[in-house]
Design a protein. Structure first.
Length: 180
């Protein structure tokens, strides 16, 4: 009974996190933030895929983070799409002299796709902060993990350009800290 209540509570908090990410301020009032909630078998498949990805690519800590995901009640994915590629501000924060230069740049698609407008990246950071603050308000343990996003893209769960994952857990001590 308690397990079901905790799972239901975590899923409700995940929905509130999506609301927080969606309503977070956005540069130019343009919303390019994307969200998704994973529960049940989807969480298990993601955790297993993370460990396998780490072994295949020999990238450190994917197995550790995959184990965290396997022990999580849910995962919230928060990302951005770079279409359109810029906000048209010509600010240069992306490292290009203007937005047209960023738009003309060769796209690279690895764990994440880029280059990406700096303002869109800031929007994603604000959305992530709003979401994890919401989880914390309800005492749901969480941690922002880039490895979750990389594997979610690899698995084809999302086709967003850049994505982070936030696993959620309710235990006596957070499983996301004191990790080895």
């Amino acid at each position: 009974m308690i397990e079901t209540a905790v799972q239901n509570g975590v899923e409700t908090v995940a929905q509130m996190m999506v609301i927080a990410a969606t309503t977070a301020p956005k540069a130019g009032g343009q919303d390019h933030i994307r969200t998704m909630i994973l529960t049940g078998d989807s969480v298990r498949e993601l955790g297993e895929a993370m460990a396998a990805y780490g072994k295949r690519t020999q990238k450190k800590s994917f197995d550790r983070d995959g184990a965290n995901v396997l022990n999580s009640a849910a995962v919230v994915l928060i990302g951005i799409e770079a279409n359109p590629p810029t906000l048209g501000l010509d600010c240069g924060a992306c490292g290009y002299p203007d937005c047209s230069a960023l738009e003309a740049a060769e796209r690279v698609d690895g764990e994440f796709a880029g280059p990406i407008c700096a303002h869109k990246m800031l929007d994603m950071g604000i959305a992530l902060g709003s979401a994890v603050k919401t989880a914390s308000l309800f005492n749901v343990d969480n941690r922002i993990m880039y490895r979750i996003g990389a594997v979610a893209r690899y698995m084809g769960l999302v086709d967003w350009d850049y994505v982070m994952g936030v696993p959620l857990s309710v235990t006596a001590k957070s499983i996301y800290y004191d990790r080895k």
